[in-house]
Write a protein that binds this ligand. Structure first.
Ligand SMILES: [Zn+2]
Ligand SMILES: [Zn+2]
Length: 323
């Protein structure tokens, strides 16, 4: 845990308020939009991860124990008692959001299938159970390694670590110990949630006998939009303008995610010129960082013209600046 405090420049045991303050300050300082240094990308990830873990939004990754061939007589992936319960494998889901949803923030009701401890047998798979005769109901036994005189804890294979064995099977879960259920969660989507970001809901996943309920990881996917294209917090859009407006210049009203907005198209505006509107991109609710809106001014050619317009354009064609 200490390393996460260190990343944020804090002493271990700092308050939630201090953690949030330090994170905001560092996130602003290292945000790749502002910080051009090469390490900014990895640094911001570290900072965000430290914040998510210290604020309880995410679980710290478990440190894998050192592989020691003498410590585990079965080798491989067998359960070893390490003083804490194993956690069931996380559920990974993709959450589709619209551009409007990530711009405005929303609460999203999501439903997904999970395995939950069977109510009929309380996860044992049998209606009647008895203490495992091999481990005397402990779920593990100690094994002495004669070469080193050490004791190791080994999971009991007879009861898969549960300490209980079945006398009768359960009809509800067909002895699986779990049944499939639908979990419903109302997920808060903060403003400025970007493509690829993760929302972690701890202990909402599946039950596995002998382990803690798993976490659920949602990876955000922002659906493509007919007008707005997102790039991180920045937004891109095209604005079609008559070529007459682009030559003569005009104050035009354009649609943005923040509402209608007026921009000045300069005289003799070049085709595909990009205008940057600061602060009109996504607003990250948690850091206060805002993206920009980039508007590409694209000349529009009419699909048909009248005889009169044709004559004007013919005249124009032979004039000095249009020939
Ligand atoms: Zn046992
Ligand atoms: Zn059951």
């Amino acid at each position: 845990m200490n390393k996460y405090y260190e990343i944020l420049g804090l002493k271990s045991g700092a308050s939630q308020e201090e953690i949030k303050k330090a994170w905001k300050k560092m996130a602003l300082e290292w945000h790749p939009d502002r910080n051009q240094s090469e390490e900014a990308g990895t640094k911001i990830q570290e900072i965000n991860e430290a914040y998510e873990i210290l604020s309880g939004k995410k679980q710290a990754p478990r440190e894998e124990p050192q592989a020691n061939p003498f410590q585990n007589p079965f080798g491989g992936n067998r359960f070893r008692n390490r003083g804490f319960r194993m956690k069931a494998r996380p559920i990974n889901l993709v959450l589709d959001l619209t551009v409007e949803e990530v711009y405005n923030g929303t609460t999203k009701r999501v439903q997904f299938h999970v395995d939950r401890t069977c109510g009929g047998c309380h996860g044992t798979g049998g209606l009647k159970t008895t203490a495992c005769p091999v481990c005397q109901g402990k779920g593990m036994y100690t094994d002495r390694d004669m070469r080193f005189g050490m004791h190791t804890f080994v999971m009991c294979n007879n009861c898969s670590g549960s300490g209980q064995v079945r006398l009768e099977s359960c009809g509800t879960c067909h002895s699986k110990g779990t049944t499939v259920q639908v979990e419903t969660i109302d997920l808060k989507i903060t403003k400025g949630t970007v493509e690829g970001s993760k929302i972690i809901v701890t202990n909402s996943g599946s039950d596995v006998p002998g382990a803690d309920r798993s976490d659920v990881f949602f990876t955000i996917h922002v659906l493509s939009h007919p007008i707005y294209e997102l790039s991180g917090l920045n937004v891109n859009k095209k604005e079609e303008l008559s070529f007459v407006d682009m030559v003569l210049g005009k104050n035009v009203e354009i649609e943005t995610l923040a509402g209608k907005f007026k921009i000045d198209v300069p005289t003799n505006c070049e085709a595909n010129k990009v205008v940057r509107l600061r602060g009109l991109g996504l607003i990250d609710e948690e850091t206060g960082i805002t993206g920009d809106l980039y508007v590409k001014l694209v000349p529009k050619v009419p699909k048909e013209i009248t005889e009169e317009e044709k004559q004007i354009l013919e005249k124009l064609r032979s004039s000095v600046n249009f020939s």
